[in-house]
Design a protein around this ligand. Sequence first.
Ligand code: ADQ
Length: 482
Amino acid sequence: MARLVIVSNRVALPDDRAARAGGLAVALTEALSRQGGVWFGWSGEIVEQPSEEPRLAAQGNVTYATLDIAAADHDAFYVGYANSILWPLFHYRLGLIDYRQASLAGYLAMNERFARALLPLLQPDDLVWIHDYHFIPMAAALRRLGSTHHLGFFLHIPFPAPEVLSALPDHERLVSDLCAYDLVGLQTEGDVRALSDYLTQEARGLLHSDGMVSAFGQRTRVQAFPIGIDTDHFARLAASATRRKDSQRLRDSLLGRTLMIGVDRLDYSKGLPKRMEAYQELLARRPEHRSRVVYMQVAPISRGEVPEYKRLRRELEGMAGRINGKYAELDWMPVRYLNKSFARHALAGFYRASRVGIVTPARDGMNLVAKEYVAAQDPDDPGALVLSRFAGAARELDAALLVNPVDVERVADALHAALAMPAEERKARWARMMAVLRARDVAFWRESYLAALAHARDTGWGGIRALLGRLGVGGAARAAPL
Ligand code: ADQ
């Protein structure tokens, strides 16, 4: 069995319990310990003079290799290009893009640097699986250094429509670099359509009947792999969490009131201000819910160094304060707004205690919270999910109450419908969603992706490239005719 090499911005190191707790980290760790291999990425450390050599730690047959980065590189690569250009662009927020050429230069330079540090760790038959928008140019950088490895990429965020993507001055370079992978995995069929449209319309590429795409003098496979969660494990966690102290404390604090929950990183893609507005609209239009429901929004601060996130934080504090100021009673606070992270078992218990899950991002690659909320429910008395049609998860969870988050009045209606939904309907909707989550869990996602990557190696351009590599003509592969 080929070794697996995972590349991601943050590495779930063996001693980092918080980072290793999530379903994705567990799934990747499982595959690594089965196949042996390397997990490579940023250490999370910003230092004055970073070493070019990665720091290595081993556990069993897995090596963890991490690089520190300098403050200026962090600003250009992570804060700048990744999070102030690509993140808003891929989430359709063109007005929030803070474009700087220095950010692009930093992004490309960091990808080169990471590629140079990774290459010596690779063995010829490794399957290399690179994650997310921080590392789109990594394959091209590795190929320039002569790599003939089988390189796969998975994008966790949405892929934007060609009209949106072409607002980026460097769009051609970015997509051309994406085509240096043997396999490009995206979250949904909609994302696949968006990239295929770009390749055919903007890049005059060709879609082949076998699912391959040729563009920019390269050949790659583009396919949807909707990410899942560890459904059964999460369901068990939620069932046992009801006996835990934090769940009991939450239940006691409600004094019999109905709980609605939102759990999101504090990010403008998650649609939080519109969600607060919708809740306010619910209280305004449906006075019967006043004093009877509590909306708890858990929103840990993320990317606090990016100015737009600071602004969002102030806006939400103001909104939560205004709703509470307007509607609170002596013994009732309509909104509980918490900038905190919780352990997974605590979160699982909170979901289960909530009659309504509110997941209304403006755009989201998938949204795992929607899936976790469903998995955490009591099968005999499940809650209802109100879900944005712009979350990738809406394709699979179409038995949720689907909403357009900008239509605040209709979202308020959906919240009311969720609160009023009879038990039989809640059970029927939940059973449909749970069946999908069981069939397409995170292990299914991982195995489908890895099988497709191995297949791309055996059959596609990757196979020819690997052969050329074995014959010692590595770098030439990129220039070869299709
Ligand atoms: P995110 O944008 O981070 O992920 P999401 O899919 O919702 O969004 O995942 C968040 C994860 O963090 C969930 O597992 C959730 O439980 C956890 N989390 C959130 N708030 C927490 C808190 N307060 N305490 C503890 N845990 C918390 C990106 C993309 C998504 C895509 C994922 C996976 O933006 O669209 O679904 O990657 O591919």
